[in-house]
Design a protein around this ligand. Structure first.
Ligand SMILES: Cc1cc2nc3c(=O)[nH]c(=O)nc-3n(C[C@H](O)[C@H](O)[C@H](O)COP(=O)(O)OP(=O)(O)OC[C@H]3O[C@@H](n4cnc5c(N)ncnc54)[C@H](O)[C@@H]3O)c2cc1C
Length: 259
């Protein structure tokens, strides 16, 4: 097979359709940060691919049957000077994404489309509430790092292992509250832990915005819970990142059907 330094034609076409860019990036490192989270650093076209806080990239991978699939991961950090960007990838399940990142080798080339995603930080909000599971941490922290001080970030994140409670170096002027909820063996689609975390927190009185990233069923229940707490629909941005019991579709998003 000819070696090429170009992304696949399907990636170039898809990127054009969605207003993004397709690039080949080189793996700089893949490091396990905690029980559930790997940090992947990629080099190449970083500033463009990484977009703005809240954006993600699509990676083209091969599944166990040899089919090409895409998987989406939020950008955790951008290092413009080094032309590198960082992803945090959860690995406590098994799929093309986890298998690939665990075996990723330095200098290996990977086909990446970015920037993707429509949820950005609400510039008018006085406080920002980030709720979800470990798959949302990269986006939550990058978005929170972009809050202008003085501002407030509240994180309510469900984790499976104590060392998944990773921290981030926030600006001193930012008010930060972090609640990590231990899943304690509850099912992946059980919203109980995050609902309890939310119930323990009194929403501040001024203008806020909530961002919900995580499991499909859990996201639905949390959205309703926040609306019941008095937030208006335009104050709640939510996106299902994955769906319990099902692989994400080949384009990288969870199936939306009820069945
Ligand atoms: C816009 C967007 C941004 C995302 N950003 C991130 C990110 O920054 N970091 C990140 O880790 N993920 C992120 N995700 C989620 C990630 O794309 C999915 O978890 C995806 O399913 C991983 O693919 P896979 O090949 O590992 O597993 P799949 O082949 O999709 O799934 C295999 C099995 O694992 C289960 N599974 C999938 N994901 C998880 C999970 N997180 N926890 C427990 N079980 C799971 C599935 O239910 C299925 O049974 C994002 C998704 C979207 C749509």
């Amino acid at each position: 097979m000819p070696v090429t330094n170009e992304p696949d034609d399907s990636s170039k076409q898809l990127a054009e359709r969605v207003g993004a860019v397709a690039s080949l990036c080189a793996v700089v490192s893949a490091t396990q940060l905690s029980t559930s989270i790997y940090e992947l650093v990629l080099r190449g076209n970083a500033t463009t691919l990484a977009g703005t806080p809240g954006n993600d990239v699509m990676i083209r991978l091969t599944d166990s049957k040899g089919r090409f699939v895409r998987r989406r991961y939020s950008v955790r950090a951008l290092n413009e000077a080094a032309n590198e960007f960082t992803l945090w990838i959860t690995v406590e399940h098994e799929g093309p994404g986890t298998i690939w990142v665990k075996g990723a080798k330095k200098d290996e080339l990977v086909d990446v489309i970015g920037p993707r995603g429509k949820i950005a930080l609400d510039p008018l909000a006085d406080w920002h509430l980030f709720v979800g599971d470990a798959s949302g941490l990269a986006a939550f922290y990058r978005m929170a790092e972009s809050i202008e001080v003085p501002g407030r970030a509240i994180f309510i994140v469900e984790i499976d292992a104590a060392d998944d409670a990773l921290s981030a170096p926030f600006d001193e002027g930012l008010g930060v509250t972090g609640i990590f909820v231990d899943r304690q063996g509850r099912s992946m689609s059980d919203p109980e832990g995050l609902l309890r975390g939310l119930a323990a927190f009194e929403l501040p009185p001024d203008l806020g915005h909530a961002y919900l990233f995580g499991e499909f069923h859990v996201m639905r229940v949390l959205e309703k819970a926040l609306l019941d707490r008095g937030l208006r629909p335009e104050q709640v941005s939510h996106k299902a990142f994955w769906r319990s019991g099902r692989s994400n579709a080949d384009h990288g998003e969870p199936e939306k059907s009820e069945a």
